[in-house]
Design a protein around this ligand. Structure first.
Ligand code: ADP
Length: 240
């Protein structure tokens, strides 16, 4: 579903990604872990061109994202993105936040889009919050609306950028549960996360990044119980 080859990203003279090669299979859940500043978010943002790679090739669902003439909107329609901060529109209800994309971009008609919106809110456990504005929702509820909003575009891949790190601890679980359900349904997911428990339980594969490179990758079992590289061992000692 996703192929990344020789990906480099510089911000001015700062080299953030220094040659990333990786693949994500259809229906695979890949968690990206690693120290702060190692380039995890930048990698994720390069996948849907929120950051333009300095060098390298990215292909998502047979579309070369890094081709000069790529249709960025088409690329982004295939990929739902959930951010650390939920960025809901404050003047729109939960339902309107979810249905805006399909109405504006997919030109879906009102009845079908409302049905889709209600179904998705139901799916994330917020069936009763359709008409509520974001200011009346908790952080966990807002993030679940944000997930429903991303799903409304019927993406082939979901990208999550530390989706629980802005939440109060007691709200983290409800968001992770929704993500687990998505994984079970076979959604292809790339998740940048500090939630090692989630990575252990849900990931098919874990990628550990440090200083702009992939240091180690493997099954959760490989990474968490028998990490090979000293850098991976040192990171896990700090976070586990
Ligand atoms: P991580 O997600 O692993 O914490 P990031 O990808 O957010 O790492 O950041 C990697 C490095 O790139 C950091 O040093 C960060 O300050 C820098 N960086 C990220 N985005 C930008 C940007 N838009 N402009 C300049 N530097 C950036």
């Amino acid at each position: 579903m996703i192929t990344v080859e020789g990906l480099y990203k510089n911000f001015g003279s700062l080299e953030v990604l220094k040659g990333i090669d990786c693949k994500v299979d259809p229906q695979e859940v890949v968690c990206v872990i690693g120290p702060s500043g190692s380039g995890k978010t930048t990698l994720l943002r390069c996948l849907n061109l929120l950051e333009v790679p300095t060098e390298g090739k990215i292909v998502v669902d047979d579309i070369e994202v890094t081709a000069p003439d790529v249709n960025i909107n088409k690329v982004r329609q295939n990929m739902g993105m959930v951010f650390q901060r939920f960025n809901l529109f404050p003047h729109l209800t939960a339902l309107q936040n979810v249905t805006l994309g399909p109405i504006k971009v997919k030109k879906m008609e009102a009845k079908a889009v409302n049905q889709l919106g209600h179904e998705l809110l139901e799916k994330v456990g917020l069936g009763d919050k359709a008409d509520v504005y974001p200011e009346r929702l908790s952080g966990g509820q807002m993030q679940r609306v944000a997930i429903a909003r991303a799903l409304a575009m019927q993406p082939k891949v979901m990208l999550f950028d530390e989706p629980t790190s802005a939440l109060d601890p007691e709200l983290v679980g409800e968001v992770l549960e929704v993500m687990k359900d998505l994984a079970k349904e076979g959604m292809t997911m790339v998740v940048v996360t500090h939630e090692m428990g989630f990575a252990k339980e849900v990931a098919d594969r874990v990628i550990l990044m440090d200083e702009g490179v992939i240091v180690e990758e493997g099954t959760p079992h490989d990474i968490f119980t028998s990490p090979k590289s000293p850098r991976c061992q040192a990171f896990l000692r700090k976070v586990l």
